[in-house]
Ligand binder design. Structure first.
Ligand code: AMP
Length: 279
C-alpha cells in the first residue's frame, strides 16, 4: 500500500494508471476508521482497479472548534485497517497541502443545503463540497464511494458533481451498524457506556417508523417517534423528520416516492445522526 502526502506525488502515481485505462475509485474519509469505512473500500474494490482512500480531517467543514480539536486521529490503527482491507493508496495530506492560501468559495447547492444538518451546522456543506472537489481534482477518479449514513452529504456531493459536470460516478453504500443497531461512527468513541445505551433510541426509533410505516399516517409516526426520542434521558433531539429523499422537504403523503426518515440528536456531549429509507 502506498502512503502519499502531496497532490503532486499522488498525480504522478495515478496519471499513468488512468492513461492505461485503469478504473480509479476514491473513498474520502476523516480517519478513525471503522467497519463502515471498510465497507466502502470493499465496494470500491469490487468496481475499480485502484482504490484510493483519503484521510483528512477537513477544518472547513467543522462549525464547532471543539469538535474539530477532539476529532479522533488514530493514524497507525487506520493504516493497518486500510492495509487489511486491501486498499492500494492512502492519501494523507496536511492542511497546508489542501489549503495553501485563503480561499473564497461558494457553490450553489440549492435549498437542501440549508435544511437539517445545514441548519444546525452553518456552512458545513460548503466545506464538505470544497474538500471533496479538491480531492476529486487530485485523484481524477472514475468512481467515488460515500455512506448513506451521511444522507444529505451524498445529495450535496451529487449536486456539486452536476454543477461542475465532473466525470465521476457517485456511489452511495448502506449504513453499517453495530449488532445492537447503533450506526457506526468515528464519534461513537466519545460516548460513555451510559450514552451508548441512550444512543440506541435513534436506530430503534427509525426501525419503529419503518416497521409501522403501513399502519400509521406520517403525522402519527412523527408524533410517536418524537415521543420515543424525548423519553430517553441524555438525548437532546435536534430533528426527526420524514422527508423527500431529493429535496429533504418534509413529506406528509405516504404514497410519495423516495421517502427517508432522518434523525439528529446530541447524546451526552456527542452529536449523532442516522437515517432509514422508507420505501
Ligand atoms: P467520515 O470519516 O465520517 O467523514 O466518513 C467517511 C465516509 O464513510 C462517508 O462517506 C460516510 O458516510 C461513510 N460512513 C461513515 N459511517 C458509516 C457507516 N456506519 N456505514 C457506512 N458508511 C459510513
Amino acid at each position: 500500500m502506498e502512503i502519499i502526502n502531496t497532490i503532486a506525488a499522488l498525480k504522478m502515481l495515478l496519471e499513468p494508471l488512468k492513461q492505461a485505462q485503469q478504473k480509479i475509485a476514491i473513498v474520502p474519509t476523516m480517519g478513525a476508521l471503522h467497519k463502515g469505512h471498510v465497507s466502502l473500500i470493499a465496494a470500491a474494490k469490487q468496481q475499480a482497479d485502484i482504490v484510493v482512500c483519503s484521510i483528512f480531517v477537513n477544518p472547513t467543514q467543522f462549525t464547532d472548534v471543539k469538535d474539530l480539536e477532539k476529532y479522533p486521529r488514530p493514524l497507525e490503527h487506520d493504516i493497518q485497517m486500510l492495509e487489511d482491507a486491501g486498499c492500494q493508496v492512502v492519501f494523507m495530506p496536511s492542511v497546508k497541502e489542501m489549503y495553501p492560501g485563503a480561499e473564497e468559495w461558494h457553490i450553489d447547492l440549492g435549498n437542501a443545503e440549508f435544511l437539517l444538518e445545514g441548519e444546525f451546522r452553518k456552512g458545513h456543506y460548503q466545506g464538505v463540497t470544497q474538500i471533496v472537489k479538491k480531492l476529486f481534482d487530485a485523484v481524477n477518479p472514475d468512481l467515488a464511494f460515500f455512506g448513506q449514513k451521511d444522507f444529505q452529504q451524498v445529495l450535496m456531493i451529487k449536486k456539486m458533481v452536476a454543477t461542475f459536470n465532473l466525470p465521476v460516478q457517485i456511489v452511495s453504500c448502506p449504513i453499517i451498524r453495530d449488532a445492537d443497531g447503533l450506526a457506526m461512527s468515528s464519534r461513537n468513541i466519545h460516548l460513555t457506556p451510559a450514552d451508548r445505551q441512550h444512543a440506541l433510541i435513534l436506530s430503534k426509533t427509525l426501525q419503529f417508523v419503518k416497521e409501522h410505516f403501513q399502519q400509521y399516517s406520517i403525522p402519527v409516526l412523527l408524533e410517536k417517534a418524537t415521543e420515543m426520542l424525548q423519553s430517553v434521558n441524555g438525548v437532546e433531539l435536534d430533528y426527526f423528520t420524514i422527508a423527500n429523499g431529493e429535496t429533504l422537504l418534509p413529506e406528509s403523503n405516504k404514497n410519495a416516492e423516495n421517502l427517508v426518515a432522518l434523525v439528529a440528536a446530541k447524546v451526552g456531549e456527542t452529536r449523532l445522526i442516522d437515517n432509514i429509507l422508507l420505501n
